[in-house]
Design a protein around this ligand. Structure first.
Ligand code: ADP
Ligand code: ZN
Ligand code: MG
Length: 489
């Protein structure tokens, strides 16, 4: 990050940043929003097009019902109020990838409003609106003959359904913007309405930022940083932009309202064009589409499709399985993983051990290999099986570690490696352990007496002492058995 060394700490703390994010999310419908062309990514250019999405005169749009369902689902997951009636509007501008000369979007009556996302702090960031719109085509600058002299247009993406989610200017740091985006993406992924794949452009974010003297109520003039393709870069771009704006103001200059591009290699933003004002777009209601009505019946049908969301699920996992909040956060990284964990945990004798193993044994190995938990060779089912084997004393913790290593080496699930290794069993040579138990019994005559007098719960004391003496290495199940035997219980 190129932070200016010239900017003094006092100059930096004199100002506070104000950030608002506009996020575009592509909906996972099979067909486009106003025609039946495929939305498939990566097809040869201009093969998924028709008169509607090419913007040929006289072609009429027909709204995709699934796109509405997905947009409403996302809006509900983001705590928005759904407007019973919303209006499509034409946003007029000229650009080569926009053959109609306008984009069908929503303007003063959007599909949904007044939502929020909670970020750590805790702090609630307001969502101003969530509306439906169509995507534009794509300008290609490489990958075709004459690319050095020409720009080609691929209209496969023209008419792909998007939702735009606009936040209130309530985000007060680049870190908070990062958190907001992470949570937004997680929630959308849980609903299943988008794959949120940033490389393929199914999630795009424009970041608006301004600075103002701390304590001042009025906002400063904002700039908008566009087309940044990772959350990390958005954070960096915002950090740079905040410093830049402070420097401009501190040296007596003024911020111009403009769109800027982020160059990730240099860690700098560059002015691209002065920002359009809303009136430049000459918004007006789309005459070819009826108002969109989502009545109470439809809303309640869609509400039924809403899954348990990440935040709620984390809380429930802590309550149901007695795991830590940290474990719950790891295990809810995706809906699929959380589902797997729950199936595994329910089948395991001790769910907590399953969660602990994910933390203590799985996480480090995944990190070393640069894998996400979804790519783990050991499935949650495998973790549950291994947990049960340790729990019953069939294998030691040391053997579990070895088997996990083999799983990662061979890229095979735990159950497979366990079979391949001939179901190794922990040796039942208990002589060392018995010696420890004898010592513990010999040095605690009072407790032995209590035990023999009928106070059987004292056994717990002995097991505890033995575990301590073995530095936690002994198998508790086995210690239990042996202690009871030796005390004559
Ligand atoms: P525009 O008309 O320029 O698109 P909007 O009012 O629609 O501006 O807001 C776009 C985004 O910019 C929203 O996310 C909003 O929260 C944010 N925003 C608005 N004003 C400011 C400001 N002064 N500083 C930072 N962000 C802002
Ligand atoms: Zn089409
Ligand atoms: Mg706007």
């Amino acid at each position: 990050m190129a932070t200016s060394p010239d900017l003094s700490v006092s100059a930096r703390t004199k100002y506070e940043p104000v950030i608002g994010l506009e996020v575009h999310v592509q909906l996972l419908t099979v067909t486009k929003i106003f025609c039946s062309c495929s939305t498939r990514f990566g097809d040869p250019p201009n093969t998924n097009v028709c008169p509607v999405c090419l913007g040929l005169p006289g072609a009429l749009p027909v709204l995709n019902r699934k796109a509405v369902e997905y947009a409403v689902l996302a809006a509900m997951a983001l705590n928005c109020r759904i407007n019973e009636t919303s209006i499509f509007a034409r946003k007029n501008y000229f650009y080569p990838d926009l053959p109609k000369g306008y984009q069908i979007s929503q303007y003063d009556k959007p599909l949904a409003e007044y939502g929020w996302i909670d970020v750590p702090g805790p702090k609630r960031i307001g969502i101003t609106r969530l509306h439906l719109e169509e995507d534009a085509g794509k300008s290609l600058h490489e990958g075709f003959p004459d690319a050095d002299q020409k720009t080609a247009i691929d209209l496969n993406r023209s008419g792909v359904p998007l939702i735009e989610i606009v936040s209130e200017p309530e985000i007060s740091s680049p870190d908070e913007a990062y958190e907001y985006l992470t949570r937004l993406k997680e929630i959308i992924l849980y609903t299943g309405v988008s794959d949120c794949n940033m490389e393929e452009g199914s999630l795009r974010c424009d970041a608006n930022v301004s600075v103002r003297p701390r304590g001042q109520k009025e906002f400063g003039t904002k700039t908008e940083v566009k087309n940044v393709n990772s959350f990390r870069f958005i954070r960096e771009a915002l950090e740079y932009e905040i410093e830049r704006q402070i420097e401009v103001i501190e040296s007596g200059g003024r911020i111009t309202q403009e769109t800027r591009l982020y160059n990730a290699q240099e860690g700098k933003t560059y002015g691209m064009r002065s920002k359009e004002q809303a009136h430049d777009y000459r918004y007006f209601p789309e005459p070819d589409l009826l108002p969109l009505v989502v009545d109470e019946k439809r809303r309640s049908e869609i509400r039924k499709l809403l899954p348990e969301l990440p935040e709620a699920r984390r809380k429930r996992l802590v309550a149901d399985y007695g795991i830590t909040e940290y474990d719950a956060a790891v295990l809810t990284a995706s809906k699929a993983l959380a589902d797997q964990f729950e199936v595994a945990a329910k089948s395991a004798t001790n769910p907590k051990r399953v969660a602990n193993l994910v933390q203590s044994e799985l996480a480090g190995r995944l990190k070393a290999k640069g894998l996400s938990i979804e790519q783990s060779p050991i499935s949650m089912k495998g973790v549950a099986q291994s947990a049960d084997l340790v729990e019953s004393g069939a294998i030691s913790s040391k053997m579990l570690k070895d088997l996990y290593d083999l799983s990662f080496e061979r890229n095979k699930d735990f159950s497979v490696v366990y079979e391949e290794e001939g179901r190794p069993q922990q040796s039942r040579d208990t002589s060392a352990l018995e010696k420890t138990i004898d010592e513990v019994i010999a040095s605690n005559p009072k407790q032995v007496e209590q035990y023999r007098a009928g106070k059987k719960t004292v056994a717990v004391f002995f097991v505890g002492q033995v575990m301590k003496a073995s530095k936690g290495q002994a198998n508790p199940q086995l210690v239990n058995e042996l202690v009871a035997k030796k005390l004559g219980g």
